[in-house]
Design a protein around this ligand. Structure first.
Ligand SMILES: [Fe+2]
Length: 180
């Protein structure tokens, strides 16, 4: 039997890491996420996910079962449940923090990261991979593949090229962002 573990969330936020993994066990995975300036993709997770807004505000974009895009603002202290398979895009700036819980992926499960065109809403690019270790910061890996290629971020439907962040912050595996 394992012993219990305890985490100081305030201290974790002060460290200001992009992703601070708290634990990764078979049935429970938890991490504190610092916001990103350029969060643009929709994540499709094979497991359920919960998000608790710890500091600052999140604009949570998500798709309903009918494919409609909705935006819900999550304020400090608000908590939400995201069922498996629901495309969601949690957008919050550096210095805002959320506590995310999921479960560790089972063998063969794949996470999907989808981008839609800012002009015509067609699907522009999809990155699919197996998330083995959250400490590897899978979202940043998906960003490097997307923003690192003009072809990947060019809309095949209308030709619009989604701009890449000028500061190239997506190139870093785990950039340390200053805490508020
Ligand atoms: Fe387009």
């Amino acid at each position: 039997m394992q012993d219990c573990r305890f985490v100081d969330l305030n201290a974790t936020m002060e460290e200001g890491r992009q992703v601070a993994v708290l634990w990764q066990e078979e049935e429970s995975l938890a991490f504190v996420a610092n916001g990103r300036a350029y969060r643009s993709e929709f994540h499709v997770n094979p497991s359920a996910e919960t998000m608790l807004q710890l500091r600052g505000e999140m604009r949570l974009h998500y798709l309903t079962p009918d494919g409609e895009e909705k935006v819900r603002v999550l304020r400090e202290g608000e908590y939400m449940y995201c069922p498996p398979g629901v495309p969601h895009s949690p957008r919050f700036p550096p210095g805002a923090f959320a506590l995310i819980t999921e479960r560790k992926r089972r063998p063969g499960e794949r996470d999907r990261f989808l981008w839609f065109c800012e002009r015509c809403h067609a699907r522009v690019h999809e990155v699919v991979f197996e998330v083995r270790d959250y400490a590897e910061n899978p979202v940043s890996a998906a960003y490097r593949e997307y923003y690192g290629s003009v072809e990947h971020r060019t809309c095949k439907a209308c030709g619009y090229v989604m701009p890449a962040p000028e500061d190239r912050s997506f190139e870093s595996a785990n950039p340390t962002q200053p805490a508020r």
